[in-house]
Design a protein around this ligand. Structure first.
Ligand SMILES: [Fe+2]
Length: 267
């Protein structure tokens, strides 16, 4: 049902070509993921992490009730400013022939209160626009197997958008399909093509596992909010959230059902 060029993947995985201090774009293209070491200096990461903790404890930002790890940054401009950081620019500007935009910046976190496993999925089905996009997960803390760090299934982005959004049945894959769970240190960036299948285990040690996620895309995508590199030339703009775009979407239906269920249970 599914075939993948395992020997080709193995060459890149076994020699750890997906880890480096500069992005190997051949490896990224093959595997749909790359671990960029020491991309953002320690003092900058320290400031962002301290800011994140402050905003979270003050209640200015909080985990989304309908998502396992998401913290939206609506009121947290200081964390979104990472898109203008010079070290971040160095990395992002190498993509999309130097014309790079971003449509969202957010936190995905686990800690002593949110520690659940995240099911196998790809992000493309939850996003708007074209399919050539990447998440740059900047580690604000150590992120690894023990605290529920990301696990990626290299190469799965070649399958493209899967036609729906949700938990992927991993049984569809050949047994022993390779998995990568990087040991990211603060300041490393885990780069992931948005179609790459990924999941994350339950946190064992309940320590903070915090990624500052910057989603990058071709600058002229209608959803671009931040011009990271270059100036937009397109006249097409789409700055609207799901509730503005849709009258009756799947997510809206799920939220409505959850609210109705809660009401019923309280009666
Ligand atoms: Fe995801």
């Amino acid at each position: 049902m599914i075939q993948a060029p395992f020997s080709d993947l193995a060459i890149y995985i076994e020699s750890k070509k997906y880890i480096g201090t500069t992005v190997d774009f051949n490896a990224l293209k093959k595997l749909g993921c790359f671990v960029l070491k020491n991309a953002i200096p320690e003092n900058v990461i320290g400031e962002y992490y301290a800011n994140y903790k402050k905003l979270l404890s003050s209640g200015l930002i909080k985990k989304d009730d309908y998502h396992l790890t998401l913290v939206e940054l609506g009121a947290a401009d200081e964390l979104q400013k990472i898109v203008f950081n010079k070290d971040f620019f160095e990395v992002a500007s190498k993509f999309f022939e130097g014309r790079v935009g971003s449509d969202f910046v957010r936190i995905v976190k686990k800690d002593s209160t949110n520690f659940s496993k995240v099911f196998l999925h790809q992000d493309t089905g939850y996003q708007i626009g074209g399919f050539e996009k990447y998440s740059l997960f900047i580690a604000l803390t150590e992120c690894n197997e023990d605290n529920g760090g990301l696990t990626l299934l290299p190469g799965t982005h070649h399958f493209g958008y899967l036609g729906d959004a949700g938990e992927i049945n991993e049984k569809i894959l050949p047994k022993n399909y390779p998995r990568i769970t990087p040991n990211a240190e603060p300041g490393d960036i885990l780069i992931m093509h948005s179609s790459t299948w990924h999941e994350s285990p339950q946190s064992k040690n309940l320590k903070d596992r915090v990624y500052l996620e910057v989603h990058i895309q071709p600058l002229d995508e209608p959803t671009t909010r931040w011009e990271i590199c270059g100036k937009r030339t397109s006249n097409w703009v789409l700055h609207a959230n799901e509730d503005q775009i849709f009258k009756d979407s799947r997510t809206q239906r799920i939220r409505r059902m959850a609210a109705e269920l809660k009401k019923t249970n309280l009666q």
